[in-house]
Design a protein around this ligand. Structure first.
Ligand SMILES: Nc1ncnc2c1ncn2[C@@H]1O[C@H](COP(=O)(O)OP(=O)(O)O)[C@@H](O)[C@H]1O
Ligand SMILES: [Mg+2]
Length: 306
């Protein structure tokens, strides 16, 4: 894509509050077709809210959004406020996958995938089934097409959820921590599916705690902090900036981290920094309280999970 062409998605001055809680403050973002943008940041920093604003599952209080042929002005009373018909069309071209896969339990895998193409894209049943079977083949689950979701592992259900979103032929895919609820041994199959979609040129925005994945697969990383977008840049740059700032010298020279407020403790993904090379994730440490020494909670090797 040339630098002169318009981005696929353009957001300006986006604001979203819940009551007194100002979750998103003047967020701006351009995403070009084919880009993979990872959003990292502590729990509560607004990652999910931001993704939900993009397909207007949450209505922002103000802001401007351009996506494909849509141009929305979210200010109250604005003439370009989205209509319900526009929202229906918008949501048909933005696919979203959540942490909880939300498959319809009373439908087979195949029925889950053909449902929206039949109802929303108004495909003929034969074509919807052909496309769904091709997608299930694509995510490695063709053999499971006549099973009910409860018979599948979490990783398989999540891959079905991805196939179901892809069945709408979206121009943009949003992934909200899609591996967070999975057992560790199932994370890799979902991440490698997402990496292959990225390789095929799918435009993707994903909130993730998988830093190795963010670093290795994304074209850019956004860091949300204190409810503003604190950084936006190439993976190495954003991760490195965050490194120096958060725990200078805390666990030794080779170490710096990324914070996640999970399990009521702060988790730092810890990188080693050798001779200016890109940081490599070497472990996850927990700081039980601010001044206590860190406790290793798990270790990963470089590239693990990607
Ligand atoms: N529907 C809601 N009503 C009220 N507060 C909400 C709602 N959704 C999210 N929040 C609050 O907004 C903040 C950002 O939440 P969220 O976007 O889920 O963050 P993240 O995905 O980064 O963990 C949190 O403080 C959360 O409690
Ligand atoms: Mg979230």
């Amino acid at each position: 894509m040339s630098e002169l062409s318009a981005p696929l998605l353009r957001i300006r001055e986006l604001n979203k509050s819940y009551g007194d809680l100002h979750v998103l403050k003047n967020v701006a973002l351009d995403v070009n077709a084919g880009e993979v943008v990872s959003i990292i940041g502590a729990s509560g920093s607004g990652k999910s809210t931001f993704l939900r604003c993009l397909n207007v599952m949450e209505m922002p209080q103000s802001g401007f959004m351009n996506f494909e042929n849509f141009a929305f002005d979210f200010r109250e009373g604005a003439r370009a406020q989205p209509t319900s018909e526009q929202l229906r069309l918008l949501r048909a071209s933005i696919g979203m996958v959540f942490q909880s896969y939300n498959l319809w339990p009373h439908m087979t895998v195949l029925e889950n995938v053909v449902e929206a193409p039949l109802r929303v894209r108004k495909l003929a049943r034969k074509q919807a089934i052909d496309e769904a079977e091709a997608l299930l083949n694509r995510v490695g689950l063709y053999e499971k097409r006549l099973q009910y979701p409860a018979r599948l592992s979490g990783g398989q259900q999540q891959r079905v959820a991805i196939a179901r979103a892809l069945a709408m032929k979206p121009q943009l895919m949003l992934f909200d921590e899609v591996t967070s609820a999975l057992d560790p041994e199932l994370v890799g199959e979902v991440l490698s599916l997402m990496a292959s979609l990225a390789e095929e040129g799918m435009t993707m925005l994903l909130a993730t705690h998988e830093i190795a994945f963010a670093r290795d697969v994304s074209s850019r990383v956004l860091f949300f902090d204190q409810r503003v977008m604190a950084e936006d840049g190439p993976p190495g740059q954003v991760l490195r900036l965050e490194l120096g700032r958060r725990i200078p010298g805390r666990v030794g020279e080779n170490v710096a981290g990324q914070i996640f407020k999970r399990h009521r403790a702060i988790l730092y993904l810890v990188y080693s920094r050798h001779a200016g090379a890109d940081p490599s994730v070497c472990g996850v440490f927990r700081f039980p309280a601010d001044r206590d020494p860190p406790v290793a909670v798990c270790r990963r090797r470089r590239g693990a999970g990607a």
